[in-house]
Design a protein around this ligand. Structure first.
Ligand SMILES: [Zn+2]
Ligand SMILES: [Zn+2]
Length: 241
């Protein structure tokens, strides 16, 4: 499987990442990617950029170092009602919106029922395109409901390469991804791949995700990042064309 797009990465603007947009684009291009999404942490994440950062992204050219840039956000799912930390209008104007659960914003200790509801309500939002790292055993939820709702709402589920790092704080990620992929195959629900790179060397790095996809012989036609044309219909960018 040859990946042509990375739908999740961060730059210096996120506060705990280490490179510029240009450095990330250059690294992604060197790996042979055709498009890179830069999805900074939304304002409730400690140390990240504020609302105006996201509202001013139209000044940035969408082509850099010979590849296409998709500029957006990784919004925080704040509670079991699926509230997120950017206004709907701001999300609409972004190229791509990933929504994820992070302990500093959502907290630990919600029930599986609450976590499932958080994902379902988030996916119903019209400008949420991707659920980021739905693989973290610290937030148990119902995978069958997640996968079926993804299909109904035209939302992509992410395979996050950083979740599979041995040092990752997320729990049971490989096993959870395999559970999700089994259901995605059964219900024919596409997935996306995100490096979640916080440093240039990881841009477009899918080595760990690739191993999991191979292990379960997941069908390539359900992986949207092997061709930008497969991904675009799921994004805000496409909606505005
Ligand atoms: Zn995240
Ligand atoms: Zn991230």
């Amino acid at each position: 499987m040859i990946f042509k797009v990375d739908t999740h990465s961060h730059t210096l603007a996120s506060g705990h990442a280490y490179n510029t947009m240009r450095e990330m684009a250059e690294a992604a291009a060197a790996k042979g990617l055709q498009a890179l999404a830069i999805t900074e942490h939304a304002p409730e994440m400690p140390g990240t950029c504020g609302l105006f950062y996201f509202q001013n992204l139209d000044v940035v050219p969408r082509e850099m170092c010979g590849i296409r840039l998709l500029l957006g956000a990784e919004v925080n799912i704040m509670d079991p009602d699926g509230n997120i930390d950017l206004p709907e209008k701001t999300c609409r104007d972004l190229d791509i919106v990933v929504a994820s659960i992070h302990p500093p914003c959502y907290g630990l200790g919600h029930t599986a029922e609450e976590n499932t509801r958080a994902y379902v309500e988030t996916m119903k939002k019209p400008y949420v395109n991707i659920i980021g790292h739905p693989d973290d055993g610290r937030f148990p939820f119902d995978y069958e409901v997640l996968v079926k709702t993804a299909k109904e709402t035209h939302t992509l589920l992410e395979l996050n390469n950083s979740s599979l790092r041995p040092q990752s704080s997320r729990k049971g990620t490989r096993e959870n991804m395999l559970t999700m992929l089994d259901l995605c195959r059964q219900y024919e629900v596409p997935v996306t791949t995100g490096s979640d790179a916080h440093v240039y060397a990881d841009a477009g790095n899918f080595s760990r995700v690739e191993e999991v996809l191979k292990y379960c012989a997941f069908p390539e036609e359900l992986v949207v990042t092997t061709d930008p044309e497969k991904l675009l219909p799921f994004l805000n960018l496409y909606k505005s064309l």
